[in-house]
Write a protein that binds this ligand. Structure first.
Ligand code: DGY
Length: 431
């Protein structure tokens, strides 16, 4: 069974390969996505190291002059996707002209941690490839600190930047903003390719597009976007992933003797560690998203909350409280880890980031739990994903109550996470 799935996962990646970069799935997401590509490289790493590094190099080709690596690279124009390059219009920005059409926001920076993972499971070849990328990746991490941070907290100006597009975490931020009255009528494409009940709501899309228009009118000046955006929230996902990525990049920089990068990264780590406490909601007893304009917490535990372990953050009491949430949530679902607490307002077991289990999040959460000594919990998170894939295939995400697959099929990061981690044969494949 798992041999068959291993072969099928390789086939999924090869089918979605567009020659140097891989689309998440045909039609619904027809371009190169940032964190998708990073996870995809882990998958290629199980059977083709050269292809793994090429995926990452292609991603960095889209890096802006200011350091940002965008969430989507539009290497061609595909009328099947909205909003495409003609909506973002980043190339006509007077700031630092992006090297290719792209969005004007970033995504969770898992790249450095993937590089470290490939190096740890590889040889001199992998270290050499990683060494060539360290400065560029450090530049991206510095960008987060320079253009997206408020007092050390990495904030976000757009739910799409978090990768957790319609998570109820963002409701308090979206509620506080208006839809631009002069927004031109537009036609969504996502709801033509997927069940609209599983995609973000129309009122959310109107605000997503309003935010794109807002930044476009500010010429994609990234600091200005952060300073003035009607939506400004702190995301535990980006913050914890970036903190971890900085540590992983520091380790790589030390390994290859890149002292300039080492000196850049150390203060970024110290600042992020200190700022992490700003995500702690004492009333809920959890790390959560927070509105940077009002100080209000989102009021619910998401799967990103559990990345505190991955980032090695929290006092003993805070960790204990997070584990109590883990145990409670575990009792309310069949499969961990739902993207939103089933007991919180807004939970919907099949709607995108309002409840479904996400493969790449389970991978990160489980890794963090294992590192912090919660090995049984880590194993459960891994087992559940493995079972979901065996039962429902390489779907984009899964219903935590029924195990049903949701949204995209033949999905790249699901195949990649299977090959790199969730497959029982992972070790043999990598040999
Ligand atoms: C989408 O189109 O749903 C993407 O998540 C945006 O990045």
């Amino acid at each position: 069974m798992s041999e068959h799935l291993d072969a099928k996962a390789v086939e999924v990646l090869n089918t979605n390969d567009r020659g140097g970069y891989t689309v998440p799935t045909a039609r619904l997401y027809p371009y190169q996505w940032n964190w998708d590509s990073a996870f995809v490289a882990l998958g290629y790493g199980a059977f083709d190291r050269v292809r793994a590094w090429t995926e990452l190099e292609y991603l960095l080709e889209g890096q802006w002059g200011g350091g940002m690596v965008p969430s989507i690279l539009f290497r061609h124009n595909d009328p099947d996707y909205f909003p495409g390059p003609s909506v973002w219009q980043t190339q006509s920005s007077g700031q630092s002209v992006p090297p290719m059409p792209s969005t004007g926001i970033s995504q969770p920076p898992v790249l450095a941690s993937v590089m470290r993972e490939l190096v740890a499971s590889g040889d001199d070849y992998d270290l050499e490839r990683a060494a060539q990328m360290i400065d560029q990746v450090a530049g991206w991490h510095e960008w987060f600190q320079r253009d997206r941070s408020i007092d050390g907290v990495v904030a976000t100006v757009h739910p799409w930047e978090t990768g957790r597009d319609n998570c109820p975490d963002w409701e308090i931020g979206l509620r506080g903003m208006e839809v631009d009255k002069s927004l031109e009528p537009y036609q969504r494409k996502d709801t033509e390719h997927a069940d609209p009940r599983q995609r973000p709501r129309q009122d959310q899309y109107d605000k997503f597009i309003t935010l794109v228009k807002f930044a476009r009118e500010r010429d994609w000046d990234q600091r200005l976007f952060s300073d003035e955006s009607p939506f400004l929230m702190a995301d535990p996902g980006i913050h914890f992933i970036l903190l971890r990525a900085n540590r992983d990049l520091l380790e790589l920089a030390e390994q290859v003797g890149n002292t300039a990068a080492v000196e850049k990264l150390k203060p970024l780590i110290a600042t992020a560690e200190q700022a992490s406490q700003q995500f702690w909601d004492e009333q809920l007893g959890a790390f959560t998203a927070r509105n940077m304009r009002t100080g209000e917490f989102s009021g619910g535990v998401s799967n990103a909350s559990f990345l505190c372990f991955y980032a090695d953050i929290g006092t003993a009491a805070q960790r204990q409280s997070m584990m109590e949430h883990f145990e409670r949530i575990q009792k309310s679902v069949q499969f961990l880890m739902p993207s939103w607490d089933p007991a919180a307002e807004g939970f919907d077991s099949q709607r995108y980031w309002c409840g479904p289990v996400w493969p790449q999040m389970n991978y990160l959460i489980s890794q963090g739990l294992a590192e912090q000594g919660y090995s049984q919990h880590a194993q459960r998170v891994k087992q559940d994903l493995s079972q979901l894939i065996q039962q429902s295939g390489f779907r984009e995400c899964f219903d935590p109550l029924s195990g049903e697959g949701c949204l995209g099929t033949e999905f790249s990061w699901t195949a990649a996470i299977w090959l790199a981690w969730a497959s029982p044969n992972k070790q043999e494949l990598a040999a």
